[in-house]
Write a protein that binds this ligand. Structure first.
Ligand code: ZN
Length: 209
């Protein structure tokens, strides 16, 4: 969808509309084809950046700390996300090891880094270097971030294993649960207003949609 100051074009039928500020929970639809043009949001630039930094810290904890600890006959084994993905790559489930690592580790980390990059510059009312390609990559990555699927997998595996061995949730599991919420919040936010914010002198100069 291309945007000009004050105007927005429908990405499905190319109809052009004048933007207007939206109320809470309002969505602007195309009159011709009913596609979504833009949505209202509660997430302004500063909280968006703050949540992105929080997501970065949580991501480190989620990937460094063990997600589960398995105990059997006095012996313990701590498993991190990375070790789980590596272990997958050796077994019968090898073909899904790479997609799993992409969806629950690599894509979320890219989303956090790239968002942090453009938001930090946007806060200084500047366009980050490589702004346009970064915005395109962010739009491409959005459907491939699946921390919640990873969480579900860990929970199912933990419940199944708990019949055989003692399973204890580690700090990494709680961090992943928090990360699931944070990444959903920061990555589901419409990024298009960043084009205006970095062009027309900051968020105050445009509507909050
Ligand atoms: Zn349309």
């Amino acid at each position: 969808m291309q945007r000009l100051p004050g105007l927005i074009a429908c990405e499905h039928c190319d109809s052009v509309y004048r933007r207007r500020p939206l109320g809470r929970h309002e969505v602007a639809h195309c009159e011709r084809c009913a596609a979504v043009l833009y949505r209202s949001t509660w997430l302004a630039l500063d909280p968006w950046l703050a949540l992105t930094i929080a997501a970065a810290v949580t991501f480190v904890i989620a990937n460094v700390c063990p997600v589960i600890r398995i105990s059997l006959d006095g012996r313990h084994n701590d498993t991190t996300l990375w070790r789980s993905a590596l272990a997958l790559s050796h077994g019968a489930a090898a073909p899904i090891a790479l997609p799993a690592a992409l969806a629950i580790i690599i894509v979320p980390s890219l989303q956090i880094m790239l968002l942090g990059w453009v938001l930090a510059f946007a806060r200084a009312r500047r366009r980050a270097p490589a702004f346009a390609p970064v915005m395109r990559v962010l739009a491409l990555l959005r459907p491939w971030s699946m921390i919640e699927v990873g969480m579900l997998g860990i929970l199912v595996a933990s419940i199944k294993l708990s019949d055989l061995v003692q399973v204890v949730a580690g700090a990494g599991l709680w961090a992943n649960a928090a990360l699931m919420v944070l990444v959903t919040l920061i990555a589901s936010r419409d990024t298009r207003p960043l084009w205006d914010w970095t062009e027309s002198g900051g968020p105050a100069a445009v509507d909050s949609a």
